[in-house]
Each structure stands twice: as C-alpha cells, then as structure tokens.
Design a protein. Structure first.
Length: 225
C-alpha cells in the first residue's frame, strides 16, 4: 500500500490512477491530521511507502516525516515544488529516502519508487551479526540495536551501514560510496546527500565525534572498530 499525502486534488487523482494501474493500493491523506491518523490506524502495517508533499493546509511534510521515522523505516519520497539545496537537505535530514520536484513525469516517479522499494526489500549481507561499539547489527532481520533498544534506520541509512561494514577498516572514497548507494538510480543523486546520510547515521549510532565512522579528509570515510 502507498500512502499519498497531498492536498492538490488534481495531483492526487493523477497519482491514484497511475499507481493503481501499476498494481499499488493507494491511501490518500490531504492534511497532516489525516496523514497521522492513517499512520496510527489499523492499516499502518500494510504501508510500504509514503509519497509526501511538503506544504499542507495544517502543517508540513517535514513534521510528518519526523513522526514516521520515530517508529517506522518505510521509504519516504518527498513531492516538492522547491528544488533548492536547502529544502533538499532538510528533507533528507528529516529521514526522507528521496525527493522529486513538481512538476514531474509519472514514469520518473515510478522509477524512483521502485528503486527505494528494491533497496528496502532486498538488503542482504553475508555476515549475520556485527557490532560497532554499543551497537549490534542483526543483518538477518535487518535490525540495529543500541544497548538493547532498536534503532530505526531508513533503507538508505541501513544500506550505507552495510557498505561500511563490508569494508570495515578500509578507506572508501565518497564517489565509490555514492555509486554503491545509488547503483539503480545514479542519475538522481546530489553529492550533498552522502554528507547528510553520514551525519544521520552517526547521530543514530551516537557517533557525532566521528569515532566509529571516521572522515579521512580528502579521501573518504572509514568504519573503525
């Protein structure tokens, strides 16, 4: 099921028709209040992805994104009329997996949706258990724990963590990480996104000083321990 949070009726009708033709079930919310009701409702467990507008009559998409990320790692794509870097970075910092600017072609939106859904469904690794300081990564269940409490990561954050784990102790150039992160959607990435994802991952691993994920100036990043 796809949750569409958008207050423009014309955009909603176009999205519903296109998504239903692709076989998706669609749930629509036109306000922040309606969106939160859907996210806390009886069908919350059926939602696979959220398409989220920024400007809403009673709030904004950033607030909804933040609420989702408190307990849910489903992919979030922002629909925004703002294509400047500030709004892009803010969306990513709130936990979005991707964003697309209005007006957009439905085929591009569908391609991005399928890309983040593949990442969300298909993340795998050879090693089952890894530890980073007080953090325990259970790859088999795709869950991360800190001191016994689950840490909610987005699909992109988790994939970045796996890339670092697989190359623990090695310096990974920024471009190589970006290539691995966006192997199925490379044309859409902005270099600033990696900095945002590293920052978010550090904050969730309580590594704001860069002790676990080290910045090697001029070269890239390295996972220690």
């Amino acid at each position: 099921m796809i949750l569409v949070v958008e207050d423009d009726d014309i955009i909603v009708e176009g999205l519903k028709l296109s998504l239903q033709q692709e076989g998706y079930e669609v749930l629509v919310a036109g306000t922040k209040e309606e969106a939160l009701a859907c996210l806390n409702g009886e069908r919350q467990g059926e939602m696979e992805l959220c398409l989220l507008d920024i400007m809403l009559p009673d709030g904004n998409g950033y607030e909804i994104c933040s609420e989702i990320r408190k307990k849910n790692s489903m992919p979030i794509l922002f629909l925004t009329a703002c294509d400047d870097e500030i709004h892009t970075v803010l969306a990513l910092e709130q936990g979005a997996d991707d964003y697309i600017t209005k007006p957009f072609h439905i085929r591009e939106l569908l391609a991005r949706m399928k890309a983040v859904l593949r990442r969300s469904r298909g993340i795998v690794a050879e090693t089952v258990i890894n530890n980073i300081g007080e953090n325990r990564i259970d790859v088999q269940s795709a869950r991360v724990y800190r001191n016994g409490n689950e840490v909610i990561l987005t699909a992109m954050e988790y994939k970045l963590l796996l890339i670092l784990l697989k190359n623990r102790g090695q310096i990974l150039p920024r471009q190589k990480i970006l290539d691995l992160l966006w192997d199925d959607a490379g044309g859409y990435v902005n270099d600033n996104t990696l900095t945002v994802y590293i920052k978010r991952l550090r904050s969730k691993l309580e590594d704001s000083d860069g002790y676990y994920i080290e910045t090697v100036r001029g070269l890239g990043y390295r996972l220690n321990r």
